[in-house]
Unconditional design. Structure first.
Ligand code: ADP
Ligand code: 5GP
Length: 203
């Protein structure tokens, strides 16, 4: 029987490089899936509906929430974000590891609902570097950059509520560290009761 996959809460301030690092991780990990969130924010240049996000209206978001279709949801810098519940359980049952790339309020909600989930917090090398990366990405106005940098300090304080912290200094190193974390998590005795039973019961 396939082992159930891991549910991974992947958080860190906007601009840290979460998307970049996950892209690199997913390139070599076909056993992992990335949850596609719903959001009320406008698409950035190059973003596609159903790929980066489901871009929906505030009314539709409220409707999904009231129909209990979201596993978690939060408001971040004036926009709503939420994780569609339906695909997650199915992927986990099929043995896929599922990454939720979500901010800290949503992360806390998932942690309460799914205590067995794994929390990984991704940190920038410094707040100065974070500002440079956010501006370097060139996708937000200076006003939005300021609002995200303001949110970043509070978010970084929440890193202690996560199981692991990874600094994204280089994409290669951060990607390798995430792979090591997932690998070690899968060897936890609590996740392998059948393995221990099997060795005990067979010569
Ligand atoms: P997030 O998903 O956390 O908001 P992104 O993945 O969009 O962040 O990365 C923000 C910017 O930083 C992008 O322009 C990206 O190319 C750059 N970046 C990401 N990781 C690194 C890194 N390790 N070193 C230098 N630049 C990086
Ligand atoms: P961005 O607008 O840069 O794509 O995302 C802003 C923040 O919202 C990021 O920290 C991102 O991780 C978070 N986010 C994206 N999707 C979700 C979601 O479904 N739920 C929550 N709580 N946060 C999300």
């Amino acid at each position: 029987m396939t082992n159930k996959g891991l549910l991974i809460i992947f958080s860190g301030p906007s601009g840290t490089g979460k998307g970049t690092v996950l892209k690199s991780y997913f390139a070599n990990h076909q056993e992992a899936k990335l949850s596609v969130s719903a959001t009320t924010r406008a698409p950035r240049l190059g973003e596609q509906n159903g790929r980066e996000y489901y871009f929906i209206s505030k009314e539709k978001f409220a409707e999904m929430k009231s129909h209990n279709e979201l596993l978690e949801s939060a408001e971040y810098c004036g926009n709503c974000y939420g994780t569609p519940r339906a695909p997650i359980e199915s992927w986990l049952e099929q043995g896929f590891d599922v990454f939720l790339e979500i901010e800290v309020q949503g992360g806390a909600q998932v942690r309460r609902l799914e205590p067995d989930s794994v929390g990984i917090f991704i940190l920038p090398p410094s707040v100065k570097t974070l500002g440079e990366r956010l501006r370097g990405r060139g996708t937000e106005s200076e006003e939005v950059v300021q609002s995200r940098l303001k949110a970043a300090k509070h978010e970084i304080e929440q890193a202690v509520n996560y199981d692991y912290a990874v600094v994204n200094d280089t994409v290669e190193k951060a990607t390798a560290e995430i792979a090591e974390i997932i690998h070690a998590e899968k060897h936890k005795t609590s996740r392998n009761p059948a393995l221990i039973e099997r060795v005990l019961n067979y010569d």
